[in-house]
Design a protein around this ligand. Structure first.
Ligand code: ATP
Length: 235
């Protein structure tokens, strides 16, 4: 579904990712793990066209997308939930969800999708008239994911959904990521520092160090790898 080949990108004269190659098949949950500053967010932003791809190629469903503008990439079915959520704080929960459906005009289907995200996160239904800015961190993460789902993405890019959240909320968010993947057949690319939880829900994983992929494989293999255990799992 998505293929990066020898991708390079960065900021000013600094290359943040160097010759990154990876593949995501339809229906998979793939995780990209790595330390602070490894280049994980830059990888996601390069896929979305927000950071320019300087070399190599990004293909989505056999189509080259690395020269396309971010809005064109969204229209193809790729949606990102950015690190830090970036919900609209002065809009209500419902209005935030409407913003996710901005490119659609199938009113009945939009309503169905809104009901679906409310069923995933009942707390959002309860708070639908409340301003997004007044939600807790966990609820804002739920809202950011729900807003992205309102665009009916084929590929959902999640940047550190667990960041700053309490363990119980993290558990709930990861369970729902799995549920979204299964129920709505949404392919998921999950960037996480919480390697343990991410690898437990993923099919495969990639490890990134200083802008390069250094290891990849089935999630179970990575979980059993002693170097990964020492470096990322605190075992
Ligand atoms: P984290 O988990 O801390 O978010 P990351 O793995 O997502 O880290 P990136 O945010 O992609 O890493 O950062 C990769 C490198 O690019 C880092 O050295 C970072 O300092 C640098 N970088 C990121 N954003 C910018 C920017 N807007 N301008 C300049 N350098 C940046």
């Amino acid at each position: 579904m998505l293929k990066l080949e020898n991708v390079q990108s960065g900021y000013g004269n600094k290359l943040a990712i160097k010759e990154v190659s990876l593949e995501i098949n339809e229906g998979e949950i793939i995780t990209l793990i790595g330390a602070n500053g490894a280049g994980k967010s830059t990888t996601l932003m390069t896929i979305c066209g927000v950071v320019a791809c300087r070399a190599g190629s990004v293909k989505f469903q056999e189509r080259e997308i690395h020269k396309m503008a971010p809005d064109e990439i969204v229209k193809l079915g790729i949606c990102q939930v950015p690190e830090g959520r970036h919900i609209f704080p002065q809009l209500t929960v419902k209005e935030n969800l409407d913003m996710g459906a901005f490119l659609r005009n199938d009113t009945e289907e939009i309503k169905k999708d809104r009901d679906y995200v409310y069923s995933l996160f009942p707390i959002l239904a309860e708070r639908r008239h409340q301003d997004g800015g007044n939600l807790s961190g966990g609820e804002q993460q739920m809202l950011a994911m729900s807003r992205a789902l309102m665009a009916r993405p084929k590929l959902l890019l999640l940047d550190e959904p667990s960041m700053g959240l309490a363990p119980l909320v993290i558990k709930q968010i990861f369970e729902i990521i799995k549920q979204i993947n299964k129920e709505s057949n949404t392919t998921i690319f999950l960037v996480e520092q919480n390697a343990n939880q991410a690898l437990h829900i993923a099919d495969r994983g990639y490890v990134m160090e200083t802008g390069r992929i250094t290891l990849s494989g089935p999630a179970q293999e990575l979980l059993a790898n002693t170097d990964i255990q020492k470096a990322y799992l605190g075992i």
